[in-house]
Design a protein around this ligand. Structure first.
Ligand SMILES: Nc1nc2c(ncn2[C@@H]2O[C@H](COP(=O)(O)OP(=O)(O)O)[C@@H](O)[C@H]2O)c(=O)[nH]1
Ligand SMILES: [Mg+2]
Length: 380
């Protein structure tokens, strides 16, 4: 650790990119289109009968915590951009690219700088030590002919950490399949629900959303806006309603209508932390009254820029509601994306999805190889 801090305050700082450098010549950000996604999606659900608890939203004013308009967010990208393209701008990828460019020759400095890069990207002390010790041993045994060979070994070692947790969410065996989405405020729960709903719609599944974050009025409106965009019903009772009763109603309605997937939003912040954990536990309990196997997935959303604090968050939510899968958002542009490795090592929970941007199609099924290859410089 001492070495790490020395490096950070010394020349090792060069390994930490600003994340705000201009795009390289020739690179252009993908153009944004503002075609509403409903137009592109086939109508799947029959017209819905009026239900008392269901809010069918009309137009909403722009929502406060959204960086772009809903049209931009929900519009499909002209072409699905690759992982490498989305991750290349991330601080983690930049730091790895720069350290291999500065150290073309195999050396102890290269390994030292790599250690700093991993720690800075929040891979975590333990996971970093294991990775670096393994590489150092192999280097001492002269297994690597050059820096490219070491980079190849690093790639394999990073993939080996993530491959076991690269387990996609299978929506099968339950009808409706209930996904309870949890996580602290602002991590991207509601956005991820919108993106997920759209994904399931594209798979021609019927979807319903439950506005279980009743703490803030804007949270309900935000989910309703997504529902409107992706053409799926949203069950809501407005701000201040009992969130467990909203989710209970939603499961009853989804069951009655034969809906394939119910995705429930939840609060990320209440007046007290224990209040939040109690509320989530209560949602679990009431769902279980209708379907003993529900929820079938407790998907915890983590902000990839959070760093090591994500570990504490997962520990807390897993203890209170039994997390079964993770979605890590905002991996585009962050220097902290290494937290995936720390999470994999610490919890071995399946990583279902990653968010590589704010657009509707920027939610990807997690793929360990694509992720690692997106971080490492090309050519090895
Ligand atoms: N860059 C980026 N921003 C994201 C991503 N996912 C969500 N966001 C943004 O994070 C902010 C908070 O998201 P929100 O869904 O409201 O979080 P919630 O409080 O957990 O429901 C919004 O501005 C989202 O657009 C992502 O993968 N990448
Ligand atoms: Mg929300």
């Amino acid at each position: 650790m001492q070495k790490f801090w020395k490096k950070l305050t010394g020349r090792g700082e060069a390994a930490v990119p600003s994340g705000h450098e201009p795009l390289p010549p020739g690179a252009s950000p993908a153009p944004l289109r503002s075609k509403p996604v409903d137009a592109a999606l086939p109508a799947i659900d029959p017209p819905l009968p009026d239900a008392p608890a269901e809010t069918v939203p009309s137009r909403h004013a722009p929502l406060p915590n959204m960086a772009m308009s809903m049209d931009d967010l929900a519009a499909p990208a002209p072409a699905r951009r690759g992982w490498r393209e989305r991750l290349a701008d991330s601080g983690f990828a930049r730091s790895l690219t720069s350290l291999f460019a500065r150290n073309p020759v195999l050396s102890d400095e290269l390994l030292d700088e790599l250690e700093v890069a991993l720690l800075t990207a929040d891979v975590g002390v333990e996971a970093t030590r294991e990775l670096i010790d393994g590489l150092r041993r192999r280097m001492q045994r002269r297994e690597f002919a050059d820096a490219a060979a070491l980079r190849g070994a690093l790639r394999d070692a990073l993939i080996a950490v993530l491959e076991p947790v690269s387990q996609p969410l299978e929506i099968a065996g339950h009808h409706p399949f209930v996904v309870l989405v949890v996580g602290v405020n602002g991590v991207g729960k509601t956005t991820t629900i919108g993106k997920l709903g759209r994904r399931f719609r594209e798979q021609r599944r019927s979807v319903m959303l439950a506005a279980g974050d009743t703490f803030r009025a804007a949270a309900v409106a935000q989910l309703q806006e997504w529902g409107e965009r992706i053409g799926v019903p949203v069950i809501a009772q407005g701000q201040g309603a009992d969130s467990a009763s909203v989710v209970f109603d939603a499961l009853q309605t989804a069951t009655a209508r034969g809906t394939d997937v119910l995705i429930a939003d939840t609060a990320g912040r209440l007046h007290t932390q224990s209040g939040l954990m109690n509320e989530l536990a209560k949602i679990r309990r009431v769902l279980g009254k209708l379907d003993a196997s529900a929820p079938h997935e407790v998907l915890m959303v983590i902000d990839g820029t959070t760093g090591q604090n994500a570990i504490n968050q997962v520990r807390q939510f897993a203890g209170a509601v039994g997390v079964t899968g993770l979605a890590v958002t905002k991996l585009d542009g962050t220097a902290k994306g290494g937290v995936l490795f720390a999470l994999a090592r610490e919890f071995a929970l399946p990583i279902r999805y990653v968010g590589l941007g704010e657009r509707a199609d920027d939610l990807r099924v997690f793929d360990a190889r694509a992720f690692v290859d997106g971080l490492l410089p090309q050519g090895g």
